[in-house]
Design a protein around this ligand. Sequence first.
Ligand code: NAD
Length: 436
Amino acid sequence: MSEPAIKTEPQRIIGRDKDMFLAEENPFEAMMERFDHAAQLLNLDPGLYKVLRNPEKQIIVSVPIVRDNGDVEVYTGYRVLYNTSRGPAKGGIRFDLNVTLEEVKALAAWMTWKCALVNIPFGGAKGGVVCDPSAMSMTELERVTRRYTSGIIETLGPDSDVPAPDVNTNERVMAWIMDTYSMHHRHTVTAVVTGKPIEMGGSLGRREATGRGCMIVTREALARLGMSLKGARIAVQGFGNVGSVSADLMAREGATVVAVSDKSGGVYDPKGLDVADLLRWAGERRHLSAYAKAEHITNEQLLVVDCDVLIPAATENVITRKNAPNIKAKVICEGANGPTTAAADKVLEEKGIFVIPDILANAGGVTVSYFEWVQDRGGYFWDLETVNRRLESIMERSFHEVLGLVDKHKVSTRIACYMLAVDRVAAMHRLRGMYA
Ligand code: NAD
């Protein structure tokens, strides 16, 4: 077999207690716990409550392919459209051995709330194929992508369901999805996916958008606490797209990045790490556990280092009731989706830590995906300055709308985010009425 097409990051176990994860949270239940709380405070009517607790559509497909050695392998693929009342379903596709329908449902629901929270005209979806891309050649990965795309093709479309990259999928995979869809429709449809290569209709600024969004809301949160990014000490778990861009942009604003990690482990220097050097290191696909210029720490230790801002930007359920009491950060900016369990929420609230919840913190990515979709449909492309300015305005506005609800209802930032998002989705349902 040739070089693996995608270098995967085995999820879930590294840097966390596996039993704790199993016992503490099912991602869909974790999402529902927060939804229920918000629904109660919003006094959501019982009918609408039932509607919003259920995904609109769940698709399970077999994905058979012929492997390079001639053997036939059959993978399982999912696509869940959680809610499309506000517009086309929007959400990434992940290729990973840990993909489950429960996880895809939770991620699809989070996308629904996230798009409503930043007030962009999309519903929420997510998809995945249970497979290990690191054990596949590039041609096998292409066959999986195209066969999965043809399996879910009825739901796809710029007006109905628009995928994007997620764990272990990238621009290359989006290009294959776009091509497969376009071949079936007999003309080129760039707006069917976002996160594409720039040359085929991708947006400038999309790659950095999630990290840029994290920087903007962290700056606003620190201002609320009377602090500034200048001189703030930052710890980042996960030095991939979201984590490395967040660290880089915050360092450029004068912050001191004291700790970063990847799945191999972390590095720490209370006087500040050389972020540019770490970016070069990671860019050469080298693990941080082999980085010699700083003290080594584990992913568990990273979460509790002495810092002002903690950015979990790796994976789900890393902040649990077990480690939350030891977190020293004043602000947590959730770059990853679902990094904090519902049980840990309560501990963080008692400790007075300012949490910027995932559906707000990492919404910069889907916001610029929306810009990409708009540009593709208009056939007119914006310069980077325009993309960044519009992103900044949406992130700032959304942050302050959430703060308004925190102050008005005396609720946590997480519940305020859910209240704002669920209320917007519910309002659309009320206006549309029930089709029967
Ligand atoms: P990525 O693959 O580029 O980077 C992930 C990083 O986390 C890598 O450094 C990896 O080594 C590390 N990692 C993986 N598992 C780990 C573990 N168990 N413990 C510690 N570190 C681990 O991924 P990304 O695009 O940066 O996404 C990270 C998170 O942000 C995911 O939860 C993703 O869903 C979320 N997110 C990403 C975007 C985006 O635009 N990329 C948008 C919204 C949300």
